[in-house]
Design a protein around this ligand. Structure first.
Ligand SMILES: [Zn+2]
Length: 82
């Protein structure tokens, strides 16, 4: 079987059009979601702002596997989902 057929047979779990972080946010309870959204929007000099790496670590620990790049992209609003 060629590469193309294999890829067509096995689509990625998360299509490019769906941001991993946006997807996770829909699964969190309201309190956690609002806390994270608020934190994403904090200015970079805000001391209470968590780093992208910290958020990726915590979400992964909680069972929502997510990479640093996804968090960064979402924070920069380049994920295309909002
Ligand atoms: Zn997003």
């Amino acid at each position: 079987m060629g590469i193309r057929e294999k890829l067509v047979d096995e689509p990625p779990h998360y299509p490019r059009s769906i941001c991993r972080v946006c997807h996770i946010l829909t699964q969190l309870d309201q309190g956690d979601r609002e806390f994270l959204v608020d934190n994403f929007n904090k200015p970079s000099d805000d001391k209470s702002r968590f780093s992208d790496a910290k958020i990726a670590d915590i979400l992964t620990e909680e069972g929502y596997s997510v990479g640093l790049q996804s968090v960064s992209r979402h924070r920069r609003k380049q994920c295309g989902s909002r």
